[in-house]
Write a protein that binds this ligand. Sequence first.
Ligand SMILES: Nc1ncnc2c1ncn2[C@@H]1O[C@H](COP(=O)(O)OP(=O)(O)OP(=O)(O)O)[C@@H](O)[C@H]1O
Ligand SMILES: [Mg+2]
Ligand SMILES: [Zn+2]
Length: 199
Amino acid sequence: MKLSSIIGQPRAVTQLRAALERGRVHHAWLFSGPEGTGKETAARAFAASLLCAAGGDQPVVEACGTCPSCQKLSRGVHPDLVVVLPESEAVARKMLAREDLPRTPSRELKIEQIRNLQTSLSRSPVEGKRRVVLLLGADSLNAAAQNAFLKTLEEPPVARTCCSSPTQATRSSPRPARAACGSPSVRWTRRSSPPRSRR
Ligand SMILES: Nc1ncnc2c1ncn2[C@@H]1O[C@H](COP(=O)(O)OP(=O)(O)OP(=O)(O)O)[C@@H](O)[C@H]1O
Ligand SMILES: [Mg+2]
Ligand SMILES: [Zn+2]
């Protein structure tokens, strides 16, 4: 899960690497562009760079892949990576059992999920460095959740929070998230043959 393994998106990757090299990373990033072009993969690699223990308190440009933090990330058990996604997507990824839900899995990101996110952000990072949030499918925020999320983005980051929001397409990404992320927005471009193999 390294930025160097992102193929065919040099502008986006350069933008992310430059922020990591400067060591000053904006607290919110909006990843937008065509479907299946590596936005989530890159957001996870970016998260790894921010959480990797090799950098001490600083981010690293390429996560080492071997420190305890990188290992926890690759096993999907890092306590400081908070992943927020619609129920339907969680069911599709087998992170949630369909039968554990009282109703049809929602395709929307709901206000309860944003409130839970706010609660987890109000606590100190478990590993001591920072918390990183991946809000997957920011274009699925319903109206109430959009407003709550906007507030979350506006609040001063307590312990260096970075929020990446991969979305399907720039035009369909929610205006509040776009406005609040303001800068920087990382744009993915269409590829001739997206490598859809590894999911
Ligand atoms: N540019 C890329 N470089 C390397 N791998 C990629 C790239 N684009 C897609 N992939 C691979 O394709 C799969 C889907 O990518 P990913 O989920 O990151 O795309 P996405 O942009 O978030 O898609 P969506 O818009 O559908 O949410 C992953 O297994 C990933 O490894
Ligand atoms: Mg995605
Ligand atoms: Zn590491």
